[in-house]
Ligand binder design. Structure first.
Ligand code: BG6
Length: 470
């Protein structure tokens, strides 16, 4: 079977991970800058200098057959402190860059928020402060009206990753751990922020489509014959996926979702979160008007029953087997025999992608169109010798087995309309620095020279034949 002729094949990027130039154009600081400085792990500057090199990168994308790109607007290039007067340099930059996309035959899918909250708003409580939601909605409205050349808008990238990593695992700023109350409150508030933006988009009668992007980690019981493992999988699923799927695609939290969430909070002696009836009306309204959902899928989780205290260790170095995830009142992650792991301890399971697509199609039928907005494999890679092509066959194999699942889904009537590989070119990883590379194009971070990898050539062939090579 082939991919449809109008299928989008693209590369995914994010402003803070690619642009660099953090001090140019009067750009404001984002929450990561003081956080990374304090940790001293790596410098987010110059990233891959996309701010200056986008003409070259977009030309490369076009030359390699890509017809689309996922890109995000840095809120702090438009409003340096999150609100106030728009910064013309930022506005001009994005108009120019979007024009360059068109010049190269590339459709930009534009995300309004990709992990880069203005530091000024992070200081005042981030997504836990409702005033910041209002500022986000104002910023979104400005973008909708200013950038009328955009056909596909994405409200928020991976709200789950943000909330969980900010307040449960502590790997995102402010680095708080095991605060499930704040995690779930941030999750609900992110649903609300998303909903208010969608509702404004419709009120303003903006042409084009609007969606949201979720990181979905398919959660299975480690041993499906054990009741305790089955329940642990359900609890982890609520934290990682379900509150968002219910909130943004369903427009209501099911009784089971609420009771699993409250079970986690009670097991941690933490207070229930605040959800009002009028907020639920807003979520419902937005879910009725949503055009598409983007799925970011990398790995699955296998949960065991666990009754101890929380303990998590993040593998941020690529040393296999160095991570731990045990959450009080939820469960412990394990790896069943036969499941291959990445160097960063992510279990590879393409079936997990299919299962999520089917779940959305079956359980959340209001949203018909699905895009795979991120999928790919991080590897440690060295610069290829002159006249040589970096052999990243492992990445090709990873992408291929996941695309097979996408084809299977399409065959079974699930409307997947595009696939964006993470990532277009190498960039830094938020919690792993520059040594975890995902790109179709290798970036020498000293010279900023780009080198197409074997996967770029393979992807080009795919865009031409629309078929997975044997
Ligand atoms: C997604 C994000 O979570 O996964 C990207 O949207 C991110 O920004 C990507 O880089 C890969 O994750 P990581 O942790 O390997 O960089």
């Amino acid at each position: 079977m082939k991919f449809p002729t109008d299928f989008y094949f693209g590369g995914a990027t994010a402003a803070f991970q690619t642009e660099g130039a953090v001090k140019e154009g009067n750009k404001g600081e984002v929450l990561w800058e003081p956080f990374l400085k304090k940790q001293g792990r790596f410098d987010p500057e110059p990233a891959c200098d996309f701010y200056h090199r986008y003409p070259e990168d977009l030309k490369l994308s076009g030359d390699f057959g890509l017809n689309s790109i996922r890109i995000s607007i840095a809120w702090t290039r438009i409003f340096p402190t999150g609100s106030g007067q728009p910064e013309q340099a930022g506005v001009d930059y994005y108009h120019n860059m979007f024009a360059e996309c068109r010049k190269n035959g590339i459709e930009p899918f534009v995300t309004l928020h990709h992990f880069d909250t203005p530091e000024a708003l992070h200081q005042t409580g981030d997504w836990l402060n409702e005033e910041n939601i209002t500022k986000f909605v104002d910023y979104a409205k400005f973008c909708f009206q200013e950038f009328s050349e955009i056909n596909y808008w994405i409200t928020i990238n991976e709200p789950t990753s943000m909330a969980v990593q900010q307040y449960t695992t502590g790997t995102f700023p402010p680095g708080e751990k095991y605060n499930f109350h704040k995690t779930f409150q941030a999750e609900h508030n992110l649903n609300l922020a998303h909903a208010r933006v969608v509702n404004e988009f419709r009120k303003l009668q903006i042409s084009g489509q609007i969606g949201v992007v979720h990181a979905l980690q398919t959660v299975y019981p480690f041993d499906s014959t054990k009741k305790g493992d089955m329940h642990a999988a359900k609890l982890q699923d609520v934290l990682d996926n379900r509150l968002f799927l219910d909130g943004t695609l369903g427009g209501e939290y099911s009784q089971e979702t609420l009771s699993l969430m409250n079970e986690i909070l009670a097991a941690n002696d933490q207070a229930k979160i605040s959800i009002t009836d009028s907020e639920m009306v807003e979520l419902k309204q937005a879910s009725d008007q949503l055009d598409f959902v983007g799925v970011n899928y990398y790995f699955s989780k296998y949960m065991k029953e666990y009754h101890g205290i929380s303990e998590t260790i993040h593998n941020g170095t690529g040393k296999k087997g160095s991570s731990i995830s045990r959450l009080q009142g939820i469960g412990e992650s394990g790896v069943p025999d036969g499941i291959e792991m990445t160097d960063w301890d992510w279990p590879i399971n393409p079936q997990g992608l299919y299962d999520q697509l089917e779940r959305i199609h079956t359980n959340y039928p209001k949203v018909q169109d699905i895009y795979i907005t991120e999928n790919g494999l991080g590897l440690k890679e060295e610069k290829p010798a002159e006249n040589e092509i970096l052999d990243d066959s492992k990445r090709i194999d990873y992408i291929k087995i996941h695309l097979q699942e996408v084809l299977r889904a399409i065959e079974n009537g699930i409307n997947v309309k595009g696939y964006f590989v993470w990532s277009l070119q190498d960039m830094f990883s938020w919690t792993n620095g520059y040594s975890k590379r995902y790109g179709l194009f290798f970036v020498d971070f000293d010279t900023q020279k780009r080198y197409p990898k074997k996967s770029a050539y393979w992807f080009k062939e795919l865009t031409e034949t629309k078929e997975l090579s044997k």
